[in-house]
Design a protein around this ligand. Sequence first.
Ligand code: B16
Ligand code: MG
Length: 219
Amino acid sequence: MARGAVIFDLDGVIVSTDDCHYRAWKRLADEEGIYFDREINHRLRGVSRMESLSIVLERANRPYTAEERQMLAERKNAYYRELIAELTPEDILPGIKPLLERLKEHGIKIAIGSSSKNTPLILERIGLANYFDAVADGNAITNSKPDPEVFLLAAKKLGVPPAHCVVIEDADAGVEAALKAGMRVIGVGTAAGNPRATWTVASVADLSWEKLVKCFPDV
Ligand code: B16
Ligand code: MG
C-alpha cells in the first residue's frame, strides 16, 4: 500500500495563476462597469468559475440572465486563457519542484486537487502534464471547494485513504474542503493566516521536510 500522499492545489500553490484570474476578472468587470478589486478577488480563490461570477456580479447595477452569465463566464475564461498561454516552467513557484522530487524519491504519492477546468492546459504549459500520480480537477467534479469532492476524488484515484493525505492549499475554501475530507492541510500564501489549517507556512519554500514526513510514519 502507498505510504501516503500529498495533494497540491494548483492556482496559488504550484503556480501564480491567481494573479491571471484577477486580471481576467478585472478586465471583464471594467468592461461591464462593475466595481472589482483585489479584496473581492480574494473571495474567488478556490471556488468555481460560475460561483466566482456570482460574487463579481454582486456589485452589478442590473440583473444578468442565465444566458448572459454564461457568455460573461466564457469571456472571462478567454481572457484568462490568453494570460496562461504565456506560462512556462519558470513560473513554477519556489520550493515546489524540489519538494515534488523528494516526495517521489520517498514513495509518497503526489496529486493535484484543483477547482480549475483549465488544469490540463496549465500543467502542460509548465511542463508537469504527466508528472503527477493523479489529477482531480474542475472537469471531474460537481461541487467545488469548500466541498471536499475534489480532494476525495484525488485520494480515490491514488488509492490512498483520506486520513493518509496531506493537502497544500492557498485558499480558505480549500482549507475547509480538505478538513471536510478528513485530511490534514498546510495553509500557504493567502491561507498562511488561516487558524483552521493544521499548520501554516508563508511559502512552500519554507516548508519543513522533517515536519512533513512525520505525517507519514512509515517513511
Ligand atoms: P477555472 P484552485 C481555482 O483553482 C481558482 O483558485 C479559482 O479562483 C477559480 O475560479 C477556479 O479554480 C476555477 O477556475 O475558471 O480555470 O475553471 O485554486 O482550486 O487550483
Ligand atoms: Mg488555489
